[in-house]
Structure formats: C-alpha cells, structure tokens
Design a protein around this ligand. Structure first.
Ligand code: NAD
Ligand code: IPM
Ligand code: MN
Length: 347
C-alpha cells in the first residue's frame, strides 16, 4: 500500500481548527482510496515562540525535509509576536529553503457559492513567485527614530528566479485554456519590472501556443473585478501575487474558500499546502472559521502526491456540501458542522 508522511504545522489562531478539519477529510479519503497518510504534528507557532524564543527549532528545516509534504494552517498572532518576527521565523523560511518557488492559487466559485460579482463563470489560476522579489528581506533602516530616518526595502529579481516562475506559468497555461496574463508595474518600477516584461517576451517565443499579455498591476486589479472571465493563468511577483490572491479570494466568496500550494516543481524538497488566509484573530477560538480553503488545499496536496482520484473525491465532496448551502454564508455554520458535512459527502 502506498504511504505518505505529512508534516502538520497547524500554527496560530484558526490555523489549528482548519488544519484539524483538513486532516480529518484527508485521513478519511485515504482510507477509502487505499493509501496511508501518516501525520506528524509540529507545535511551531507564536505560542512556541513565547516558550522557546524561536518560531521553530534551529534544525526545524532539516526536521521537515524528509516528509513527502507539509500541511500548514496559518502563522501569526500579532497581539503577542510582531508579524515581522513570526512570518520570517517560520512560513517564509520554509518557502525559501525548500525552493517552493511557485505558489499556485485557484480562484473559482464552488457550486452554490455566491460571490460578490455578477460574473460567476470565472476560473483563474494565480501563479505567484514565492521566493524572492519584494520578499527578499534585503534592506535596512538608518538614523532610526530621528527626523532623518530612512528605511530601504530592496526587491531582488534574478534571471533564474524570474525565468523559472514564468516558465512554470507558461506550462500551466498550456495545460489549461492557453492564456497567460503577466503582471508588473513596469511603468513606474523601471528596473525589476522592465526586466520581468523582457523575460516574458523572450519566453513567449518558446510557447507559441500560449497567448501572453502583459498588464500593469493596477489595471489587473480592476480586471479581476470587472472581467474575471477574461483571465486564465495570471503570473505575478511575490507581493503583487499576494495582493491579487486576496482579491481572488474575495471574488470566490471570501478567504474561507481560497486554497494554495507552495510548490517545489523539481521535487528536490517537500512542497507545502495551506489556505491563503491567515490566523484570523478576530474569529479565532469561536469555532466558526470556514475550513473549506484548508480542505481544498489538502486536495491540492493529494494531487501533487499523484493521488488525483482522491483529490477529485475531496473536490466533489466540497461541492456536494456547498451546493446545499453549507459553509457558504460567513458565520452561519460552525467549522465542525461544515467538516462533518464534507465527511458525510465523501461516503
Ligand atoms: P486573515 O486572513 O487572518 O483575516 C482577514 C479576514 O478574513 C478576517 O476578518 C478573518 O476573520 C477573515 N477570515 C480569514 N480566514 C477565514 C476563514 N477560514 N473563515 C472565515 N473568515 C476568515 O488576515 P489578517 O487579519 O491580515 O492576518 C491575521 C494574522 O495572520 C497576521 O498575523 C498575519 O500576518 C497572518 N497571516 C498569515 C498567513 C499565513 O500563514 N499564510 C496569511 C495571511 C495572514
Ligand atoms: C500569504 C500571506 C503571507 C504572504 C504573509 C503572512 C507573509 O499573506 O500566504 O498570502 O504574504 O506570503
Ligand atoms: Mn496573503
């Protein structure tokens, strides 16, 4: 029997509730499908930081390396630990160390979910660069606390980094409807973004079957709302992709529906699966977080592991749940009852 070892990092706030829900669904589908999932849970979080002074142990990355995949909830509890410490101590180093350079985030409406737009037949795959760009962490502050203070945040875009994410996006477009939108701000940012546009044009020759169009991020934000059905694959830098995918989440009904996969396409290290949303301190511990984004992320994990049929079973169970109106109205159903409905729909 095939067997996969999964590292579970529930993290903070609602991350714990939704990871538990996703794991219940994954374990059940594994039983039905004839493979084994073994989960090992890591308590790394802001609470762990308060106890130990670090978000994860010094050998944390090496502890995760042997796993087939990582399932993460969310990281961040800003009331107690600054986000700049918690995210740079756990989530971001995993993405970087395991070269999970492609963050893929699907945006479409599950059956029965009403988004805020008139348009409902959109199906967008956002491919977000996930290891460099605006998130490089380069920069610093001088004359701190004085009137002369200057803070510099340097974006780093390498040819290798830009080329590999664009290639990944072209390949995705080729497997979907053959359309790629590349997003920059090359009218204002004259180095990195002009470079990104150039590499896009260079690669376009290698993918004559893909229709590629470059957009500015501001125009793209409007397009996502006004004409989402015109988009297929959208590729963007780390920060622009981050913002666009909360917008994508909004048009698919909210953050409770937006799934994501941090993929290492070369499979030289584990990939990581997590909802787009964060720890939602405003609803944490109330038992009302929507687990659908986390469960969908679990389906993306199975797909990545080669268990396509099992992934399809989860997606079908999600749609059988939402079409009944369960989990579709924020705050109406409890995490536990949405999870129970998905589990029942698997049978
Ligand atoms: P957030 O995504 O946690 O919450 C934004 C809003 O969406 C809140 O009103 C929240 O209640 C709602 N929401 C989010 N997920 C939901 C769900 N599953 N069901 C129902 N409602 C949901 O964003 P934030 O408030 O900006 O961030 C809170 C903390 O999470 C911060 O520390 C932030 O840095 C962190 N964060 C972590 C990740 C991650 O781990 N991948 C992602 C985003 C934010
Ligand atoms: C996400 C989150 C993270 C990001 C934060 C918490 C660092 O917003 O996964 O979308 O910006 O990548
Ligand atoms: Mn985000």
């Amino acid at each position: 029997m095939k067997s996969y070892s999964i590292a579970l990092i529930p993290g903070d706030g609602i991350g714990q509730d939704v990871t538990d829900a996703a794991w219940q669904v994954l374990s059940t589908v594994a039983r039905h499908s004839g493979f084994t999932l073994t989960g090992t849970s890591f308590p790394w979080s802001c609470a762990f930081y308060k106890e130990t002074g670090a978000m994860m142990p010094a050998d944390g990355i090496e502890a995760l390396r042997p796993f087939d995949a990582i399932l993460l909830g969310s990281v961040g509890w800003p009331a107690e630990v600054p986000d700049s410490i918690s995210l740079h101590g756990l989530l971001l180093p995993i993405r970087k160390a395991f070269v999970q350079y492609a963050n893929i985030r699907p945006h479409r409406l599950l059956s029965g979910v009403e988004g805020p737009l008139k348009a409902s037949d959109f199906d967008i795959l956002c491919v977000r660069e996930n290891t460099e760009g605006e998130y490089s962490g380069a920069g610093g502050r001088v004359h701190q606390g004085t009137a002369d203070e200057v803070a510099v945040e340097t974006s780093i875009f390498t040819r290798a980094g830009v080329e590999r994410i664009l290639r990944f996006a072209f390949e995705q477009a080729r497997q979907r409807r053959g359309k790629l939108a590349s997003v920059t701000k090359s009218n204002a940012q004259k180095h990195s973004m002009v470079f990104w546009d150039e590499v896009t044009r260079q690669l376009a020759d290698e993918y004559p079957d893909v229709e590629v169009t470059s957009y500015h991020i501001d125009a793209m934000a409007a397009r996502v709302v006004m004409a989402p059905e015109s988009l297929d694959v959208v590729v963007a830098s780390n920060l622009f992709g981050d913002i666009l995918t909360d917008l994508g989440a909004a048009i698919q009904g909210g953050l409770g529906f937006a799934a994501s996969a941090n993929i290492n396409p070369d499979r030289s290290a584990p990939s990581m699966f997590e909802p787009v949303h964060g720890s939602a301190p405003d609803i944490a511990h109330l038992g009302i977080a929507n687990p659908i984004a986390a469960i969908w992320s679990g389906a993306m994990m199975l797909e990545h592991l080669g268990e396509r049929e099992a992934a399809g079973m989860i997606m079908a169970a999600l749609e059988r749940t939402t079409i009944r109106g369960i989990g579709t109205v924020p705050g109406k159903d409890r995490t536990r009852s949405i999870t129970a409905a998905v589990l029942a729909a698997l049978d």
